[in-house]
Ligand binder design. Structure first.
Ligand SMILES: Cc1ncc(C[n+]2csc(CCOP(=O)(O)OP(=O)(O)O)c2C)c(N)n1
Ligand SMILES: [Mg+2]
Length: 654
């Protein structure tokens, strides 16, 4: 190769600088600072094939410092991915260009994860590295043996989630996880020293990581550090000392290059400094050819891998799992029939466990876990008797520890990697801790399944800190997140089935701690799929009571009491409000007939139920924090009993 590494790296610098300048928006400093490290990584270490961006055994590359998105766009373009084109890069941050402000996994192949919320890229990479080890243990070195590389900034390491993520990775001994830290000592406000004086390397070392430092602008030294990292069996933090905005003669090393265009004068000065005389978005032939050659670097490795896969008996099974397709014949039908034969009065968390017992034997790629609440979330199925651990990566149950955010982000990484279907539990009230990862699952259109138990004041004695109030409704506001609150064992099985079938987004199951009666008798179809349906019909009802989860039983009781008073009331179970609101008007009208008083009952905020009751209905719920007492007592206190609900309805009708 005739082009120097410096020149290859400068290509990234110039593209990043010019794209940000054209958009007059973006972050040139990070790509310019990490250009040398990225060049070495892509040239000599990363296993990738731009012609086959979904190649299952490729190394994963996660740009955790997502604000430096131009680094990734430049690399994808230069190494020969179909996208982005130079035109896309010239339209950086504009509508229609896949080169969005931060990398978005659905925009183009080669972007492994959507990043930008600092710290989460690295935390998702932990999940990817877990998936790699699990599939390696299942299918062997021959077809699964790759690394997960991360570029992270000071911000990624400072975020709280970093503690959770590296604790998990260190404990699990994820030696194929290699983090390149852009150690430039600058963040937005200025020097890192303004806000931080911790010994990052000591922290990582204390967590079971291998740490090594290098000069991020010295190609030989970068190679030395990468070689050392690869040789070490532990996950590695490679601290790359860099200068933010390297190449910009006046602004490099300052926070001014973090997040704004360099400006015409500094762009011109940088061109002079780098000896770059071409106009923006034009590349010399020799540089273009050299970068494309780098893109071809793993071609032979990829071809050999395809040959190995082709000769394997388990090829179809491996490909099925990686494609995220459920096993042929997967069904919960006979389990649901068994519930009809023998109805169960159990908590929906227990119903979820029973469903998982049936699901996990049929779907070997299910990977469960809990943030230290296994016995409460009931997330561990009978066949999950081997924990996923350093000693045995074939295990299908993850003890995530008390790391809700870390767990949710790792689950997203597992889902992004593919080949496994992650689910994990905690108390619903702590969904707040995990919330941004839940949101990121929704943005990334991935199948992470969040099992959130103790879903209301019914939680009882632990009191207001542990009793969700606003949670279910606020989670419903996240686009592309399916939120289910099933009312009994049958609906719980239906909701699990829907969660598994949803391949382009996450699902959250809100499940009770307390027992609920089995209410469903008609199992002719998965009624939960419609979001809401008439559970108890009434002839020309005067009242329609819409309820979710544990309150459906109360609604059924209230409807009965109303009937005794000559007031016809139907009951609608609504495990998924958004799904119901997405049904056509005719279906909605059939469930909510005009003229009937609409009442909603949910042991949580009444905010948001206006979408069902309109201006003249009645919403019964809990709009304050809960209180510590046995669950039934708390329900009673808040008027959530069949007689109280009945009285409120009679009053509203008067
Ligand atoms: C969770 C989160 N908080 C805040 C931000 C806003 N933000 C983007 S970059 C940045 C500073 C990051 O510093 P560093 O990682 O050192 O990046 P550098 O300036 O070196 O490029 C901040 C605060 C964010 N993207 N995500
Ligand atoms: Mg920095």
């Amino acid at each position: 190769m005739s082009v120097s590494e410096k020149r290859l790296a400068d290509t990234i610098r110039v593209l990043a600088m010019d794209a940000v300048q054209a958009a007059n928006s973006g972050h040139p400093g990070m790509p310019m600072g990490m250009a040398d490290v990225a060049t070495v990584l892509f040239k000599d270490y990363l296993k990738f094939d731009p012609a086959a961006p979904k190649w299952a055994d490729r190394d994963r590359f996660v740009l955790s410092a997502g604000h430096g998105s131009m680094l990734l766009y430049a690399l994808l373009h230069l190494t020969g991915y179909e996208q982005p084109t130079m035109k896309d890069i010239a339209n950086f941050r504009q509508i229609g260009s896949p080169c969005a402000g931060h990398p978005e996994n659905f925009e183009m192949p080669g972007i492994e994860a959507t990043t930008g919320p600092l710290g989460q890229g690295l935390a998702m990479a932990v999940g990817m590295a877990m998936a790699e080890r699990h599939l390696n243990a299942t299918f062997g070195d021959e077809i699964v043996d790759h690394r997960t590389w991360v570029v992270a900034g000071d911000g990624c390491l400072m975020e709280g989630i970093n503690h959770e993520a590296i604790g998990l990775a260190g404990h699990l001994g994820l030696g194929k996880l290699k983090v390149l830290w852009d150690n430039n000592k600058i963040t937005i406000d200025g020097a890192v020293s303004l806000s931080s004086s911790e010994d990052v390397l000591a922290r990582y070392a204390a967590t079971g990581w291998h740490v090594v430092s290098c000069d991020g602008h010295d190609f030989a030294d970068i190679r030395r550090a990468l070689d050392e990292a690869i040789a070490d069996p532990r996950p590695s933090l490679i601290a790359c000392a860099t200068k933010i905005g390297e190449g910009a003669p006046n602004l490099a090393g300052t926070n001014k290059v973090h997040g704004s265009a360099l400006g015409a004068a500094e762009v011109a000065a940088t061109r002079v400094n780098l000896g770059w005389d071409l106009p923006p978005f034009e590349l010399p032939d020799d540089i273009r050819a050299a970068w494309l050659e780098i893109g071809e670097g793993s071609k032979a490795t990829h071809a050999a891998w395809e040959d190995r896969l082709a000769s394997r008996d388990d090829k179809a099974e491996f490909e099925r799992r990686m494609a995220g397709v459920l096993p042929a014949g997967f069904s919960l039908k006979s389990y649901i029939e068994s519930l009809i034969a023998e109805p169960k009065k159990i908590a929906t968390r227990k119903a979820s466990e029973l469903a998982l017992d049936v699901i996990n034997v049929q779907i070997p790629e299910m990977m469960g876990g809990s943030a230290d609440l296994t016995g409460s979330n009931l997330t561990k199925s009978k066949d999950q008797n081997v924990a996923f651990s350093k000693a045995d990566y074939s295990g299908r149950y993850v003890y995530y520890g008390i790391r809700e955010f870390g767990m949710a982000a790792a689950m997203n990484g597992l889902a992004l990697h593919g080949g496994v279907i992650p689910y994990g539990g905690t108390f619903l009230v702590f969904s707040d801790y995990a919330r941004n990862a839940i949101r990121m699952a929704a943005i990334q259109e991935i199948r992470s399944i969040f099992v959130m138990t103790h879903d209301s004041i019914g939680q009882g004695e632990d009191g207001p800190t542990h009793q969700p109030i606003e949670h279910v409704m606020s989670l419903r506001m996240i686009p592309n997140l399916e939120v289910f609150r099933p009312c009994d064992a049958i609906e719980t099985a239906e909701c699990w089935e829907l969660a598994l079938q949803k391949t382009d987004g996450p699902t959250l199951l809100a499940l009770t701690r307390q027992n609920v009666s089995q209410l469903r008798t008609d199992i002719s179809e998965n009624f939960s799929a419609k979001g809401g349906y008439t559970l108890v019909a009434a002839q020309t009802p005067k009242v329609v009571i819409v309820a979710t989860g544990s309150e459906v039983e109360l609604a059924v009781g209230a409807a009965k009491l109303l009937g005794e008073q000559g007031i016809a009331a139907s009951v609608v179970s609504m495990p998924n409000l958004n799904r119901f609101l997405a049904q056509d008007a005719a279906y909605q009208a059939s469930v909510l007939p005009a003229g009937a008083l609409r009442v909603t009952v949910e042991a949580g905020t009444t905010f948001g139920w206006q979408s069902i009751i309109g201006h003249d209905g009645l919403s019964i719920g809990v709009d304050t924090f809960g209180l510590s007492a046995p669950g039934e007592v708390v329900y009673e206190h808040f008027g959530l009993t069949a007689p109280s609900i009945t009285a409120r309805i009679v009053e509203a009708l008067a």
